[in-house]
Design a protein around this ligand. Structure first.
Ligand SMILES: [Zn+2]
Length: 252
């Protein structure tokens, strides 16, 4: 570990006690480290699919097969990859701190796959389906579906339980995210070089409510301007080191 990183991690650990309330916001960079191309990036799904045509409520009504074509491909990509050491380090942090919640903009379920149990999914979950006629949703890991669009037992089309472009975020999830943010003693922003509103408000909201703001990203972001500590690098390299230092500090 180089000297600068060691110093940054040491000053980071000073803000952590076992009782510290920690809120972690993760974004596309976290999945990118698992090998998932970001939607907007090179090799991303938006190179091949038009979001207007396959990720809106209108598209779901008018061309459900087209929406599912894209979504089924996303699920196939997710199934070919897995959580990375950053996801596992976050799950380990949950074991060290009883007051820790992850807020994620990702839909891949990798945090849960790695062992995190307290996860707020701002944009839904790619593995959850929802009946378009009944108000119920469930996890369904069928991939690929033999026939698109998949149908509910009631006969209606299923839809992916993700937030489409022109849809509101789930109010309960959003309210919980705001609540976890204002209560935070330490707010970690990880892999979110492109933060989408309203998630973009969370780091500032945390800071305004007295949290120490720590930013871990592979590239410089706007968040660095008001973060207390900004560490440039991969979550999969930095977080396991942080966990190790915290364990050392707590004598575990
Ligand atoms: Zn149904």
């Amino acid at each position: 570990m180089n000297k600068e990183l060691r110093a940054q991690l040491e000053s980071t650990t000073q803000h952590f006690k076992p009782s510290t309330k920690i809120t972690i916001l993760t974004g596309a960079g976290m999945s990118a480290e698992s090998g998932i191309p970001t939607f907007r990036g090179k090799g991303g799904l938006w190179e091949k699919y038009d979001p207007e045509e396959c990720a809106t409520a209108e598209a779901m009504r008018e061309r459900p097969w087209r929406v599912w074509e894209m979504h089924d491909e996303l699920r196939q990509v997710l199934a070919r990859h897995k959580p990375n050491p950053g996801h596992f380090a976050i799950a380990q942090l949950e074991e060290l701190f009883e007051n820790l919640v992850v807020i994620t903009q990702n839909v891949d379920n990798y945090h849960q796959d790695a062992g995190s149990t307290r996860v707020l999914e701002m944009h839904g979950n790619a593995w959850r389906v929802r009946c378009t006629a009944e108000d119920r949703s469930w996890m369904d890991k069928t991939v690929p579906y033999p026939k698109l669009p998949p149908k509910c037992q009631c006969g209606a089309d299923l839809r992916p339980d993700v937030v489409f472009f022109n849809e509101q975020l789930d109010r309960d999830v959003l309210n919980s995210a705001f609540g976890e943010t204002v209560k935070a003693d330490v707010f970690l922003v990880i892999g979110t070089s492109y933060v989408v509103v309203p998630a973009a408000y969370l780091p500032l909201m945390a800071k305004e409510n007295g949290a120490v703001l720590i930013n871990i990203n592979t590239e410089p972001t706007d968040i660095a301007a008001f973060a207390d500590i900004s560490i440039l690098g991969r979550a999969g390299e930095i977080l396991p080191k942080l966990v190790k230092m915290l364990k050392g500090k707590f004598g575990i």
